[in-house]
Design a protein around this ligand. Structure first.
Ligand SMILES: Cc1ncc(COP(=O)(O)O)c(C=O)c1O
Length: 445
């Protein structure tokens, strides 16, 4: 064995030992009622993630490299999509997905400033931010209370001659009604961006979410279905969108050489671009005004080990959701519990609970009770984004349209919260969550 390989082996042995000493005990610690903290999400990993991370650090390539390339290939295979590209967050993935659709290469289908994009106000802000950052007009429709997803019955009302796209998330892992949205987009020649950041591993009609639209996006931030710390991905089956998204991810360049490569096109100094001199170095030719949204190879190295675990994580999320649902289903006089739509198999991100009207307690009463018993809770992100300072006060001059009064979006902002179903949750923890919720409501019977 080469000396280099020998040293690596010794380092990896030490990493394994370190994992067993430092991190593993947390995964094995006994659950103690009223003491152990029940997080809404968290990283689940073993020594393999740490060894990959150290391996890529030892390579010291640092930027996009062999792990990144392998991750992209394997992730695309997993999803069943032609191309997947890594970016540095889910928000960057949404930014890139949207800006890809603003490329002049798309001719009459290019989204221009002032064009409209149908979306929802109940969700995470960076599903909507790129629309505004570019200067397009978000058109907000309401959501359904049981699925917390876009109410597709409102799509026709939202349509105008300016509509160019639909951009929505599968909220908390619950797939939107893809049949209706796809038909609507096809009929009206609209782009469809699926924010798949909270729904990796969910299926609709037997096919993964994220690959139904023109572009899908993922987040690999720690609470998500798998993690690489910071990270995200965009994916597509469309060759032109693929070309644009790579250009925009990598500074807007025309060149498509991988990091460290030169002259992949074999015509580096023998092409004409714009009014540049003939033979201007293709490496420095720009076909878009782009970004630099690339990941480091260390992130991809962690992601690759996580990808192996993803099918298991998906099953665990489903099981954990089922355990909470069966423990709480008879409390339906208090709560609107989550519901998957037809043809859907969600890989749940969380377990949403919405209080019914006219109860003697509020969402915050219940949430504060759970938090005081070490059960972490979360609101549905921005609630109604139109009521956030970014829209309502600081951003009061922004242009947008609202279809109807968004009563369900407001209801979710006021009366909903969610708790975790992540793969690190123990059956005892889930039982304890059920017990505490039941104890709380009993006080009001
Ligand atoms: C639906 C949705 N989209 C996008 C994002 C942004 O992902 P990131 O935190 O990786 O930027 C999130 C974050 O949780 C999200 O929930």
């Amino acid at each position: 064995m080469e000396r280099k390989e020998q040293i690596k082996k010794e380092i990896f042995e030490k990493v394994k030992e370190y994992y067993a000493e430092v991190h593993q005990p947390a995964f094995c610690a006994p659950f103690i009622e009223d003491t152990s903290r029940i997080n809404y999400a968290g990283r689940v990993f073993d020594e393999k993630e740490m060894i990959n991370l150290v391996d890529s650090s030892l390579d010291f390539w640092l930027t996009y490299g062999t792990y990144s390339k392998e991750f992209e290939t394997r992730f695309a295979q997993y999803l069943g999509v032609r191309w997947a590209f890594l970016v540095n967050s889910g928000s960057s993935a949404n930014l890139l997905a949207f800006f890809t659709l603003t490329s002049p290469l798309l001719k009459e289908r290019q989204i221009k400033r002032g064009d409209e994009v149908i979306t929802v106000a109940a969700g995470f802000p960076t599903t909507v931010s790129p629309i505004i950052q570019y200067g397009a007009i978000p058109v907000f429709v309401d959501v359904e209370l049981e699925t917390f997803n876009i109410d597709t019955a409102q799509l026709d009302k939202a349509l105008s001659p300016l509509t160019k796209a639909v951009m929505v998330a599968h909220t908390l892992g619950n797939p939107v009604n893809l049949d209706v949205i796809k038909d609507f987009c096809d009929e009206h020649n609209l782009w469809f961006i699926e924010d798949n950041c909270d729904s990796l591993g969910s299926k609709y009609d037997g096919t993964f979410t994220g690959v139904w639209g023109d572009i899908g996006t993922s987040s690999f931030y720690p609470p998500h279905h798998m993690t690489m710390g910071e990270g995200g991905a965009v994916y597509t089956n469309n060759p032109l969108l693929k070309k644009i998204m790579l250009s925009m991810r990598d500074w807007g360049r025309d060149c498509y050489c991988e990091s460290g490569m030169d002259n992949t096109c074999n015509a580096r100094f023998s092409q004409q671009f714009g009014t540049l001199p003939w033979g201007y170095d293709h490496k420095y030719v720009y076909s878009h005004f782009g970004f630099n949204l690339k990941v480091s190879d260390m992130q991809a190295a962690v992601g690759l080990a996580q990808l192996e675990k993803l099918p298991g994580f998906t099953e665990k999320r489903k099981e954990n959701f089922a355990a909470l649902y069966s423990g709480l289903r008879d409390l339906d006089h208090y709560f609107i519990l989550p519901k998957a739509g037809p043809k859907s198999e969600p890989s749940w991100f969380g377990f949403m609970i919405t209080l019914k009207n006219g109860l003697k307690f509020t969402r915050n009463d219940l949430v504060e009770y759970l938090e005081s018993h070490h059960i972490q809770t979360r609101n549905l992100f921005a609630g109604n984004i139109l009521r956030q300072p970014a829209f309502d006060t600081i951003g009061k001059d922004l242009h947008y349209r609202v279809i109807g009064g968004l009563p369900n979006t407001d209801k979710i902002m006021n009366d909903s919260f969610w708790i975790g179903v992540y793969p690190g949750m123990r059956p005892e923890a889930l039982q304890y969550v059920v017990k505490k919720i039941r104890e709380f409501v009993k006080k009001y019977e």
